[in-house]
Design a protein around this ligand. Structure first.
Ligand code: PAF
Length: 282
């Protein structure tokens, strides 16, 4: 039987009340749809670890700025449901905007300090929107465990800190980045790339490979590494670089002198598409 998405908070509450009364653990995989193998790895982790899995699909307008791609963002709902069904997912929450933000909705989460760096400098309202919707989804699904991808490295830090600071009783599981065979990190936004842009987009993972090798060979000068990262990105044909940094994986403070572990993070535009990627270097 094709999945019948749950569309209202009330129906979700009935379902989760049933799970709770049967003492079943609930895993939630929050997504904005346009599901790829990265999302499906989160779903697989939840199916493996939790008694019940709820996947949420909601393109959250509050995390897009006015100049961003909200209206273009891909919404292939039928294909998403088919992918989830093939994995054995039974519960998918697909709320309309009015379910999440009914008339008069006026509360939002002020995200933790770590939200102000990197992405926060280029997308100042983004993490407020993410934190608000994620907190709502965690509450609505009554999740015991929530699954997020390392691809959105800073998002994970923001959510982990929000959950700790606000005493949200949920375990956050972070799953590895899933890449194409040639290294391109999977992203719902990759569909925007034409063939030539896709080749250029590969530069991001190539730079991360290079940085990992450099640091592995003993390079400790953060300034030199970052200068090389930027140069490689430009030489590789990216349109512009928002940031290319080596930072502390907890605080995202950038390091003049590299001492492991660190995370290398990149945000760059290829044509009109903004891409992010990262690598933890231990
Ligand atoms: O990572 C995403 O897809 C979104 O930011 C999330 C966590 C589903 C919140 O809208």
């Amino acid at each position: 039987m094709p999945i019948q998405p749950i569309t209202t908070g009330a129906d979700l509450l009935t379902l989760t009340a049933h799970f709770k009364s049967n003492h079943q653990t609930i895993g939630v995989v929050p997504t904005m749809g346009a599901l790829h193998a990265g999302h499906l790895s989160l779903v697989g982790a939840s199916l493996g670890q939790c008694d019940q899995t709820i996947v949420t699909i909601f393109v959250n307008p509050k995390q897009f700025a006015a100049n961003e791609d909200l209206s273009q963002y891909p919404r292939p709902l039928e294909a998403d449901l088919a992918k989830l069904e093939s994995l054995g997912v039974q519960h998918v929450f697909v709320p309309a905007e009015g379910q999440m933000y009914p008339d008069g909705f006026s509360t939002s989460v002020l995200p933790p300090d770590v939200a102000g760096k990197l992405e926060g400098e280029f997308r100042p309202t983004h993490f407020q929107g993410v934190a608000t919707v994620v907190l709502k989804l965690l509450n609505m699904t009554r999740a015991d465990t929530a699954f997020f991808g390392q691809k959105d490295f800073q998002q994970v830090l923001v959510i982990q800190k929000m959950v700790a600071d606000l005493n949200v009783n949920v375990d956050i599981v972070v799953c590895d980045i899933v890449r194409e065979a040639d290294g391109l990190a999977l992203s719902s936004r990759n569909v925007y790339l034409c063939e030539q842009e896709r080749m250029i987009a590969l530069t991001l993972s190539k730079v991360l490979n290079h940085v990992e090798a450099l640091i592995g060979e003993g390079q400790t000068d953060g300034y030199e590494v970052v200068t090389e990262m930027r140069q490689m990105l430009i030489d590789g044909g990216v349109t512009s670089v928002d940031y290319a940094v080596i930072a502390d994986p907890q605080t995202l403070n950038t390091a003049e002198s590299i001492s492991l572990p660190v995370v290398a993070l990149i945000a760059a535009h290829v044509g009109k598409t903004r891409l992010i990627d990262n690598r933890i270097i231990k």
